[in-house]
Write a protein that binds this ligand. Sequence first.
Ligand code: GLN
Length: 275
Amino acid sequence: MTAEGKPKALNILELYPEAMNLYGDSGNAEIMARRATLFGYDVKRLQYNSVADKDSLLAADIILGGGGQDSAQREIAGDLEKIKYELRAAVHEVPTLVICGLYQLFGHYFESKDGNRLNGVDIFDAVTVGSNERMIGNIVESIELGITRGGKKDDTLVKIYGYENHSGETELLGDQAPFGMVEYGYGNTSEHSGIRWEGAITSDGNCIGTYMHGPVLSKNPLLADYILSKAVRNKYGESLTIEGQEATAELDKVSMLAARASIAADEAARRDQYS
Ligand code: GLN
């Protein structure tokens, strides 16, 4: 709350929701908005679909972007080029989560399997090339952000669950950090030998790219709180606090449902892996 007792504002921006919204990814914005409200913030939902929406992008406190077919990626690539520098500046202040097709375009380039190369925005030191194999199925991975509800850091590893569907194979270059280590599923490539990595994360932990659809935040409330806690720390210098019994009860219920869903996802991922 502000000194006058009003809820503090939080701007949640969806990046290209009209073109890049596969497999329920826009649900991430719904989930983030609801959780922010339960933690006592007055949420404003923003969208960026073209450079005409640049003011919204610059006002974002959280940026969320979804996946898209090769054709959708071609559709937005030209506009993405126009906000490359704003995005690269934003992600070091504004916690950002991009899924699959936008994750690929946050690297240096995405080249579809027919050789059509789209420039990325160079936020991740990574490149993606389309393959003949489609990597589809449940995915389970361990992420190194030891986090608990409210985004408070602790030392435990966290398992997260999602669903992947991509032909692109992403190679992390240099010392680009992966987002997680795959337990079941594909991850960044179809390579199945050795440790399999998935996604990417910037060194400040502020920008996460992952192949996890779902929407990924539905099964992973801790990841949502990790992002949300960064946003409120950036904007207000505070940590997340739950506003009241009703909010606590709703967050507890979501945690229980997510735990149930993760058990099912874990079983499905094992089945996918060995089917
Ligand atoms: N078109 C990209 C691929 O197939 C991304 C797909 C997606 O966003 N699910 O790899």
